[in-house]
Design a binder for this molecule. Structure first.
Ligand code: PLP
Length: 371
């Protein structure tokens, strides 16, 4: 049997973008009312990006159109077999009014890796980045300016071919939508409680855990509900029943007494750009950073002996958040000392400082979107 995987698409050069303005765009007053208290993921801007892919035509018809419902054939493959991937990133407004994003080439590259795993076509990085600029060109006013607010950008791609056979779709859509964002966790940056899921996994060996795909989230919803029943905000998944994996939407980092930071390594972890950036900032400060397998027993024993002083979670939406407590069916780890939480918050401060243009961008991580 031969499997025809989608071909690598041509570059953005030569694609002609079309913009259709939203006649019913929110008025400046309506928009400001939303931006005053955006929450997370509740409100969307006036426009969206829409690019088509077909086996014959490659990437084509890139457009910016009014935000609104998508017409899909009920047989569209995504609705049946979940051939779908996405990205998550933010646009930040700097003090001078300019609009920037953070390491977008990393998101573009990750989306290509996700595409490969889900047998979707790889979107060239230049089209990915151009799509963000095109959306900001019409919806730039939606980037809020209050401290720690941003415009969350959600690129996504799905199989839209109407066909119930199981094979990679020959018609695919790429979209970008945007949603103004306030703080992710209610009550600001407080240490979170984590539930250890031992009955469920979000991914497995050889599965799709390293791809940013909706199915991983679908499988995390029930354990997440279990976490909530136990009074926890997030759920920690294990790999092979014993190694730390991740929270399902955020990566985990353990803080050791000597300042060493350890993050779990596994083929089923989604490689976070926040985690990579935070660990780079920690290295710059002289911390030892390790990426290796970590068992749940190492965390338990380290917390008991005082070798492990805390932990934090990181991801674009929540940035960096200290973990105060890990609750499991038959044990609990409580991190009460201030050292790890202070480190997490100071790394968070430095990272957001770079993103909002308050701290020098010495790694060249920012890209301007509105120019
Ligand atoms: C997006 C995501 C993360 C965090 O990645 P960032 O690039 O830091 O936002 C972590 N885990 C999963 C499963 C994710 O989907």
């Amino acid at each position: 049997m031969t499997i025809n995987l989608p071909l690598q698409a041509p570059s953005a050069a030569g694609l002609i973008w079309q913009t259709v303005r939203n006649e019913n765009a929110k008025s400046p007053e309506e928009r400001e009312a939303v931006l005053a208290d955006p929450g997370f993921g509740n409100h969307f801007t006036d426009h969206m990006v829409d690019v088509c892919w077909s086996e014959k035509g490659g990437w084509h018809r890139p457009r910016v159109t009014p935000y609104g419902p998508i017409q899909l054939d009920p047989a569209a493959a995504v609705l049946h077999y979940a051939q779908e991937i996405f990205e998550g990133m933010k646009a930040y407004r700097h003090a001078d009014g300019s609009i920037w994003t953070f390491r977008p080439e990393q998101n573009a590259a990750r989306m290509q890796r996700s595409a490969k795993r889900l047998a979707l076509p790889e979107l060239p990085s230049d089209i990915f980045i151009e799509s963000l600029k095109k959306l900001i060109a019409v919806d730039g006013d939606w980037v809020p300016s209050a401290p720690e607010t941003s415009l969350y950008l959600r690129p996504f791609m799905f199989a839209k071919e109407a066909f119930l056979g199981v094979r990679p779709a020959k018609k695919v859509a790429f979209y970008v939508i945007a949603s103004p964002a306030g703080a992710y966790f209610h009550g600001g940056v407080q240490p979170v409680s984590i539930w250890l899921s031992t009955n469920y996994a979000r991914a497995g060996k050889g599965g799709t855990g390293a791809a940013k795909t909706g199915g991983n989230y679908a499988s995390s919803l029930l354990p997440q509900a279990e976490a909530a029943e136990h009074g926890c905000q997030q759920v920690l998944f294990l790999d092979e029943g014993k190694y730390l994996e991740e929270l399902g939407g955020m990566n985990v980092v353990l803080v050791y007494k000597d300042g060493t930071l350890v993050t779990p390594e596994s083929d089923s972890i989604l490689e976070g750009i926040t985690r990579d950036s935070v660990l780079q900032l920690a290295k710059d400060r002289g911390h030892t950073v390790e990426s290796r397998k970590v068992t749940i027993d190492e965390w338990r024993e380290g917390a008991a002996s005082g070798d492990i002083v805390g932990a934090f979670a990181c991801g674009t939406a929540a940035v960096v958040t200290p973990i105060g407590r890990l609750l499991a069916e038959d044990f609990e780890i409580v991190h009460e000392g201030d050292a790890a939480a202070e480190l997490a918050l100071s790394l968070r401060e430095e990272l957001t400082g770079i993103q909002y243009g308050r701290v020098e961008d010495r790694h060249g991580w920012l890209l301007r979107l509105d120019a």
